[in-house]
Design a protein around this ligand. Structure first.
Ligand SMILES: [Cu+2]
Length: 481
């Protein structure tokens, strides 16, 4: 997945290292030189595909860095069964991560692949100069173009295409991050990852399958069908989840390509020890949620203390659970019960302080004699309240995160097991329609009556087996435990 560093003969290493941390005049001269052909003291920059980043600059001096980016327009997967034609810097959304240091001279070459249909350019927010480079980098398919700039300010910056219609080029995935490290480099950490949010607008509704073209009307109305990390639903879940070990410090380079929406970036189950606010020098500490503006970035750091699955979200939460802005960080290692105990006791809560444990009223209430149609109707309302957020409106689930209930072989094979799932929750590896899920569904705290209704609704929709579930069946399963 990573591209690797390649270094042009380094016989002149001494010269590079002693290059300018220099006066403005000197650097101007250096820039002029660099517009000529690349000379021997130029180092080819290591670029990386998300969610990875190139290796840290460390303590090196300023260099002349050659940054080659190929623009590729290609079809990719937005979500299960949904494809989209992405326009990319380097073949991925977000584009290749560029890592340099203050004082580096970056010689940027944009190559517009001959199979592409459109001209493009690049505006790097790390550039001091007209259009952030856009004015000098407009390039037609089958052509390449080169310009250079000196990285004057440290920070984490967005780059994007700025060819008209600009919004459309960004909406199709033309953005990425460039990190300019300060002199001496950022403090080393154990794990670093590259995450970038983007909003997408498709002709069809969210989840509608097939090749979906860009929808200008929805983009203008800022009515996104998908809000995702790293270009698609599920880019950071299941097998694609990022990982860390207990005790490690994780640094996330978080960007937001937009084009429209601001991200309320949050990690469920962690607190950011440090946030480099807006990707700049200001460090805030002990932060729950940080705002990442469209066309902006932030660096967040946290030490992971306990094992488990941390969920990365845009805390504008419908985007996370319904439009895709959800990722996972799997932390492995020993438990620390002092920091997080897990459930220590589960019992019945009686506000009057009674000592006798009885079932809640609802569950004691005698089962009502409803027809199947009435059950399904009531079940639909319960589904919207209790299940929708995870299993989604048409029971389609979310790839790699929440299994489908629609035409689920797992569901249809065993009604008692489905009842147990709702009553007691479900953890551990299961296979649904050939896909492996290994996650956790919480116990739902529903009465026998409610479990009967919601399952009758699920079984009688979306091509399922049409089984009827009655409160008596639920009571029987409950009695077995
Ligand atoms: Cu473009």
């Amino acid at each position: 997945m990573k591209k690797f560093i390649y270094i042009i003969p380094l016989s002149l290493l001494g010269l590079i290292v002693s290059l300018p941390s220099c006066s403005p005049n000197e650097s101007k001269n250096a820039q002029k030189e660099s517009t000529k052909t690349i000379s021997a003291d130029t180092v080819v920059a290591e670029l990386s595909s998300p969610p990875f980043v190139p290796k840290a600059v460390g303590n090196r001096g300023p260099q002349r860095l050659k940054v080659d980016i190929e623009i590729i327009e290609k079809e990719g997967q937005m979500s299960e069964g949904v494809s989209y034609v992405y326009w990319t810097f380097g073949g991925t959304v977000p584009g290749s991560f560029i890592r340099a240091r203050v004082g580096d001279e970056l010689v940027v070459t944009l190559k517009n692949h001959p199979d592409n249909k459109l001209p493009h350019n690049i505006d790097l927010h790390a550039v001091t100069g007209p259009g952030g480079g856009a004015a000098s980098s407009f390039v037609a398919p089958g052509h390449q173009i080169t310009f250079s700039f000196e990285a004057l300010n440290p920070g984490l910056y967005v780059y994007h295409c700025a060819t008209a219609p600009v919004g459309m080029h960004i909406a199709n995935g033309m953005y990425g991050l460039i990190l300019i490290e300060p002199e001496g480099g950022l403090e080393p950490v154990d794990k670093e990852y590259y995450i970038m949010q983007g909003d997408f607008y498709t002709k069809g509704a969210t989840g509608e399958t097939g090749l979906q073209p860009f929808d200008m009307g929805k983009a203008l109305a800022e009515n996104a069908d998908y809000v995702v990390f790293n270009g698609k639903v599920g880019a950071l879940t299941g097998d694609n989840a990022i990982t860390a070990e207990v005790g490690e410090t994780v640094r996330l380079y978080v960007g937001n390509g937009g084009p429209n929406l601001v991200s309320s970036f949050h990690v469920i189950g962690e607190i950011f020890d440090k946030v480099y606010v807006e990707g700049g020098d200001l460090i805030n500490e002990n932060i729950q949620t940080t705002l990442v503006p469209a066309g902006g970035a932030a660096i967040v750091e946290f030490k992971v203390d306990v094992p488990g699955e941390l969920i990365l979200v845009d805390h504008s939460i419908f985007r996370a659970f319904n439009k895709g802005a959800l990722g996972m960080l799997n932390v492995e290692g020993p438990e620390n019960k002092k920091i997080y105990s897990g459930t220590t006791q589960e019992g019945i809560y009686l506000p009057e302080g009674g000592t006798v444990q009885t079932l809640p009223e609802e569950e004691k209430a005698p089962a009502r004699d409803l027809t199947l149609a009435e059950r399904i109707e009531e079940g639909g309302q319960l589904y919207a309240k209790s299940c929708f957020a995870c299993h989604q409106g048409n029971g389609q689930g979310i790839p790699n995160a929440f299994p489908p209930l629609a035409q689920s072989d797992y569901l249809n094979a065993d009604v008692d097991r489905a009842i147990r799932t709702i009553l007691y929750g479900l953890t551990g590896e299961i296979t649904v329609n050939g896909e492996v899920y290994n996650s956790a569904m919480p116990a739902q705290g529903l009465s026998d009556d409610q479990v009967a209704s919601v399952l009758s609704y699920v079984y009688n929709n979306w091509g399922n087996s049409k089984a009827e579930v009655t409160p008596e069946m639920v009571a029987k399963v409950r009695a077995k435990k």
